[in-house]
Design a protein around this ligand. Structure first.
Ligand SMILES: NC(=O)c1ccc[n+]([C@@H]2O[C@H](COP(=O)([O-])OP(=O)(O)OC[C@H]3O[C@@H](n4cnc5c(N)ncnc54)[C@H](OP(=O)(O)O)[C@@H]3O)[C@@H](O)[C@H]2O)c1
Length: 267
């Protein structure tokens, strides 16, 4: 690590691990990485896995880096900002991945000249297949924007969005993997219900989700068109779809996204 940015993570939980895993696969983007967690064993474990350094406080971490990723849970954001604000300045970039924490509320705790970035990643970042909405404050210079876009692209698709979309992004792609996991679980149970062994059911369901997603992606067609093509008159698929519609599956998705969005906005 001798070119690129000096990067620090405050908070070494699940999402820090997912991001660091991708970032460190592209060491050319990083000069050095330093980690801090309130629980030193978590910081040391992550540092051992990725060959990085550990700081003894958030304050000392921020003193030594150009870019800080705040990867603590939303209620911890303000206390951490209060601790690090004396060493945050306009030459650094602060990136928050905390759900529902606005740039305005971040700026209440720090020098308003500090460039701030909000990112909403999702859990498939762990395997480099994430998707994230990302918003820059006006103070982030374009060369720094490019470095940050490049870094986050190592863990998935980055969609720059206006900050006003962040609650919706949180509900759709932040919470989305849990919705899809529920669909996978329900379809597997349904397969067992009609007599399939569970391990076979899981393989069938997993590959059906993978194959269907790949078709949506590769064909570029609207999912409704793809669905119509496999729905023959009087056939098995339309019988199943009718049951899904009468079970309110579409309305349930509208409600799920709307509730998650409202909760993100309330934080
Ligand atoms: N997981 C997701 O799918 C996901 C998706 C999108 C966004 N996010 C956002 O990502 C952020 C991190 O989520 P996560 O799932 O990675 O959480 P996590 O696994 O709980 O990790 C957060 C870590 O920060 C530590 N911590 C708490 N207070 C601290 C402090 N003052 N200084 C330094 N470290 C501190 C926690 O330690 P303790 O456990 O000891 O408190 C924990 O190790 C959250 O704000 C969340 O909204 C998560």
């Amino acid at each position: 690590m001798n070119t690129g940015v000096t990067l620090g993570f405050i908070g070494c939980g699940q999402m820090a691990r997912a991001l660091l895993g991708g970032f460190t696969r592209h060491r050319e983007l990083l000069r050095s990485v330093i980690l801090f967690d309130i629980d030193p064993t978590k910081a040391k474990a992550l540092a051992n896995d990725y060959g990085t350094a550990v700081a003894d406080s958030g304050y000392s971490l921020v003193s030594g880096v150009d870019v800080v990723v705040l990867a603590v849970k939303p209620p911890q954001v303000k206390p951490v900002l209060r601790e690090i604000s004396p060493v945050l300045n306009a030459d650094k970039v602060l990136i928050s991945i905390a759900a529902g924490v606005t740039m305005e509320s971040i700026r209440e705790e720090i020098d308003p000249q500090v460039p701030v970035v909000r990112v909403m990643p999702n859990v498939p970042c762990l395997i480099g297949q994430g998707v994230m909405g990302l918003s820059f404050s006006e103070a982030v210079a374009s060369d720094k924007q490019n470095v940050i876009l490049e870094l986050f692209s190592t863990v998935g698709l980055v969609e720059p969005v206006p900050e006003e979309y962040m609650d919706a992004v949180t509900a759709v792609s932040g919470s989305g993997p849990a919705f899809v996991f529920l669909v996978a679980e329900a379809l597997t149970d349904a397969a067992v219900d009609v007599g399939l062994p569970r391990d076979l059911a899981r393989r069938l369901v997993n590959q059906t989700l993978i194959g269907s997603s790949a078709m949506i992606q590769e064909s570029g067609e609207h999912p409704a068109l793809l669905r119509e093509r496999v729905t023959s008159p009087g056939g098995t698929t339309i019988a199943g779809l009718r049951a899904l519609e009468s079970g309110g599956v579409r309305a349930a998705f509208f409600d799920a996204v709307s509730k998650a969005c409202q909760r993100s906005a309330r934080r």
